[in-house]
Design a protein around this ligand. Structure first.
Ligand code: ADP
Length: 173
C-alpha cells in the first residue's frame, strides 16, 4: 500500500492530518502567511518549541531541512517546520524546494504520523511560481521512499487558483 495523495482548498490550521507542515523562515520565530496562521491557531506554546528548536541552529534553520515540534492547540499532533527557498534572495534551485517536501515526509514518518498536510511552500512571500511549486511538490512526494508508511499526503491550498495548479500537477503522470 502507498499513501493517497490529494489536494483540497482550505486552511491548513484546521487540518485533521496527524502532522501539518509549516512554511517557516530560517529564524523559526513565526512570520506572516501560513506561518503566522499556524502560530495563532497553535497558541503561544508553539513559540517555546520554536525557541528550543532554534537553539540547535544558531546560524538559522537551513533551507530544505525539516523538524517536527508538537502541534500544541492544533488538531494536528505535530507541526513540521521547514524553510523553503526564497526566490527574492536568489534561491532558485528546485532541489531545495523538493527537499522541503521529501525531508518533511521523512520527519513525519520518524515521529509516527500517518497523514501529512502541506501548504504551497515558497509560493507566497518567497515568490515562487505556483505551477512550479505544484510540479516540484507532487514529484517530490511521489518519489518519497517513505510513502508506503503513510496513509495520506494532502496539499491544502489557500485559493482556488493554487488548488487548480496542484490538481493539474496531480493529474499528470
Ligand atoms: P512562503 O514564505 O514559503 O512563500 P507563505 O506563507 O507566504 O510562505 O505562503 C505559502 C502559501 O501558503 C501561499 O500560497 C499562501 O497563500 C498559503 N497560506 C497562507 N495561509 C494559509 C493557511 N492558513 N492554510 C493554507 N495555506 C495558507
Amino acid at each position: 500500500m502507498t499513501a493517497r495523495i490529494d489536494a483540497v482548498r482550505g486552511d491548513i490550521t484546521q487540518s485533521d492530518c496527524d502532522a501539518i507542515v509549516n512554511a517557516a523562515n530560517s529564524g523559526l520565530m513565526g512570520g506572516g502567511g501560513v506561518d503566522g496562521a499556524i502560530h495563532r491557531a497553535a497558541g503561544p506554546e508553539l513559540l517555546q518549541h520554536c525557541r528550543d528548536l532554534k537553539a540547535h541552529y544558531p546560524c538559522g534553520f537551513p533551507v530544505g531541512a525539516a523538524a517536527a515540534i508538537p502541534g500544541c492547540a492544533l488538531k494536528a499532533r505535530w507541526v513540521i517546520q521547514t524553510v523553503g527557498p526564497n526566490r527574492h534572495r536568489g534561491e532558485t534551485d528546485p532541489a531545495d524546494l523538493a527537499a522541503c517536501f521529501a525531508n518533511s515526509l521523512d520527519e513525519a514518518v520518524r515521529v509516527g504520523a500517518r497523514s501529512v498536510a502541506f501548504p504551497a511552500i515558497s509560493a507566497g512571500v518567497f515568490g515562487w511560481d505556483g505551477d512550479e511549486v505544484a510540479r516540484i511538490a507532487v514529484d517530490a512526494v511521489r518519489r518519497s521512499p517513505v510513502l508506503g508508511r503513510l496513509d495520506l499526503v494532502q496539499f491544502v491550498l489557500f485559493s482556488d487558483e493554487l488548488l487548480a495548479k496542484f490538481q493539474r500537477a496531480l493529474s499528470t503522470r
